[in-house]
Design a protein around this ligand. Structure first.
Ligand SMILES: [Mg+2]
Length: 260
C-alpha cells in the first residue's frame, strides 16, 4: 500500500491512458460546514484543465451533488457522475439519466416539505433539495441535535423508501434520500466501460459511498482512500487529505503529455 503522493504517482506512471475518477467533497476540497462554500480555490480548475489531455487522461467527477452544482463549481471539461451516479453529463453538457429521475423527483417532492418542517428548527442543520434527492447536512450541529435531526429525517422519509425507488444513504455528517438504483460503484463501472478497456481506472474518494467504487474496481485499476487509515476500507492505497490529493494530481499533470 502506498500512502504518499510521490509513491502513488510512481505506481501510476505505467498506464498510458488513465480514467481519473474523483469525488469532490473531502477529496478535491476540504469539507465546509456550508457545502455551498466548498469552492475549488484558484489552483484546482487550471490543474484539472492541465490533466484533461486527450488520449492520456479522462477526468470524471463522481459526487452526490447535483449536476448544476458540480458544473457551477467545475466549469471545465470534466465528465460528471452527479447524484451518486444517477445522472451522467458529458464534457459537452449532454445529460443522460441513468435511472428514472422523474419518478424519483416526484417521490422526493412528497417528503421534502415534511422534512423541511420537522428539521428546520434544529440548530445547525441544513437541508439540500437536489430534485431527485434530498440531503440533510449536520456538520454544523452539536452531536445531540444531530441525532435528533437524523431521527426526524428518517421519520419523514420512511414512507418513501419501501417502494424501492429511493433509499437512505449515510455519509460523513450527511444523511440523504437518494435514487436507490444509483451508487458510485455501478456508475464508475458503467463510465469505465464507455471509455473502453485500454483506459486504466483510478478512483479517489473519502466517504462510505466511495467504498462501493473501491469494491467495484477491486480487480482492475487503482483505488485511493482519502483520510485517516481505516482497516475496513476496500481501497488499495491512501492519501491523508485533499492537500495530498492536489499534490498527486500536480505530479500526474507534470508528466501528462499527448500519447505519441
Ligand atoms: Mg466525499
Amino acid at each position: 500500500m502506498a500512502s504518499t503522493p510521490a509513491g502513488i504517482a510512481r505506481l501510476l506512471a505505467t498506464p498510458d491512458r488513465i480514467a481519473l475518477f474523483l469525488d469532490y467533497d473531502g477529496t478535491l476540497v476540504p469539507f465546509q460546514e456550508d457545502p455551498s462554500r466548498a469552492l475549488p480555490g484558484p489552483g484546482l480548475l487550471p490543474l484539472l484543465d492541465r490533466l484533461a489531455v486527450p488520449g492520456r487522461f479522462e477526468v470524471a467527477i463522481v459526487s452526490g451533488r447535483s449536476a448544476e452544482d458540480l458544473r457551477r463549481l467545475l466549469p471545465g471539461r470534466c465528465h460528471l457522475l452527479a447524484l451518486h451516479g444517477a445522472l451522467y453529463v458529458d464534457p459537452d453538457g449532454r445529460a443522460l439519466d441513468r435511472v428514472d429521475l422523474d419518478a424519483c423527483r416526484a417521490a422526493v417532492r412528497e417528503v421534502a416539505e415534511a422534512c423541511a418542517r420537522l428539521v428546520a428548527s434544529i440548530p445547525g442543520t441544513r437541508m439540500e433539495d437536489k430534485g431527485a434527492a434530498l440531503a440533510l447536512h449536520t456538520r454544523g450541529c452539536e452531536r445531540r441535535d444531530e441525532r435528533r435531526a437524523v431521527r426526524r429525517f428518517l421519520d419523514a422519509s420512511r414512507g418513501a423508501v419501501p417502494g424501492g425507488l429511493l433509499s437512505i444513504l449515510r455519509g460523513s455528517r450527511v444523511i440523504e434520500l437518494k435514487p436507490a438504483r444509483a451508487d458510485k460503484g455501478s456508475a464508475v463501472l458503467w463510465l469505465a466501460k464507455r471509455f473502453g478497456r485500454d483506459w486504466f481506472p483510478v478512483y479517489l474518494g473519502d466517504d462510505r459511498s466511495d467504498e462501493d467504487a473501491f469494491r467495484a474496481l477491486q480487480d482492475r485499476g487503482t483505488t485511493i482512500r482519502v483520510g485517516p487509515a481505516r482497516r475496513t476500507s476496500h481501497a488499495r492505497h491512501r492519501l491523508a487529505d485533499p492537500r495530498a490529493v492536489r499534490e498527486l494530481l500536480e505530479l500526474m499533470a507534470s508528466t501528462a503529455g499527448p500519447v505519441g
